[in-house]
Design a protein. Sequence first.
Length: 324
Amino acid sequence: MIDSIFELPEWAQFGLAEDVRPALKAARDGGSALVLATLVSVEGGGPRPEGTQMVFAPGIVSGYFSGGCVEGDIAGHAAACLSDGEPRTLVYGDGSPWPDIRLLCGARIEIFLERLSAEDPALTALLDAWGERRPVVYVSDGRTRACAPDLSPWPEAAVTRTYEPTPRLVIVGGDPTALAIAELGVRSGFETTLVRPKGPETPPPVTGVAYRREDPETALEIIGLDAWTSVAVATHDLDTDRAALKAALPSAAAYVGLLGARRRLAGRLAELQAEGMPEAALARLHAPIGLDIGGKAPFEVAVSVIGEITAMRYARPLAGSLEG
C-alpha cells in the first residue's frame, strides 16, 4: 500500500454515499482538483457493479468499491494521480501487480483513475444537469472528456457512464408511518419531501426532508413529478388521499403507492374511476403500499415501501405486492 494524503476513517461512512455528485460539487465549489475513480470491469461477482465510483479530493472521500479490501490502496494511487495528473488503471485480483491485496469474494476488478480540475467543462456540464434533473452521458479517456444528453460512442473511452437525476420521494401524510418513510427515504439517498396539507408551520423533525403545507394537487405540481419521482400516499384521510392520487396517478411519476386496508381498496378505486380516472392510470397504483413483509410498525412499513420502490427501480419482481 502506498502512502496517501487521503486518510480513511476506521468507520467507513464515506461508503454510505451511492451518488458521488454531491462530493463532486463540494470539490468543485471548493476550487479543488479531484480524482474520479470508476469501476470499469468486474469479473467473478464483485461486491459492486461496473460504473460504481469514488471521489477523492482534499478533505473529501466518497463512495466505495469493496467495503474495505482495496479502498486504502486506491486512496494512495488517487493521491499520486492528483499530484501528477496521469490517469491510471488499477487491477485487483487475478493479474494484479499487488497479489497481497485481494477481495475476499475472489473477484477481479479494474478501477480507472482520472484527475479533473474544478473548471473542467465536463464536470460543469455534469453538475448542471444534476441540478436541472436531466439525464446525461459522461465519457472520458482520462485526458479528454465530455458530458452531454447524447454522445456518440468513443472507441478509446475508458469510462462511459450514464447519470440519471437523483431519485426523489414525496410522502403525503404526517403520522409516525409517514415520518418513518421520510426518514428512511433520506437515508436511502432519495431527495425527500413530506407534504402535510395545513400541517404545522414547524417542519418535521427529520434531517434532510423538505416540507410543504399546500393541498396535494398544488404541492405535487410545485414539486414536479418526473420519471425519477415516487409518491407514497399515507394520510389516513380519504379526501386527501383521493386528491393526492388524482394528481399523482396520471403524472410521469415512476411509482405511486397508497397506504390503507386491502378490504377498502376496491371502493377507493371505484371512486377514482367514477371521477374519470383512466384505467391505465389506476393500474399503476401500488396498494396496499409496500412489499408484504408482515410488519405494521412505522419503520417496518417504511422498509417495505422503500424496498418496493427500490425493486421497481432495478426491475426486480415484487413478491407480495398487490397492484390495482
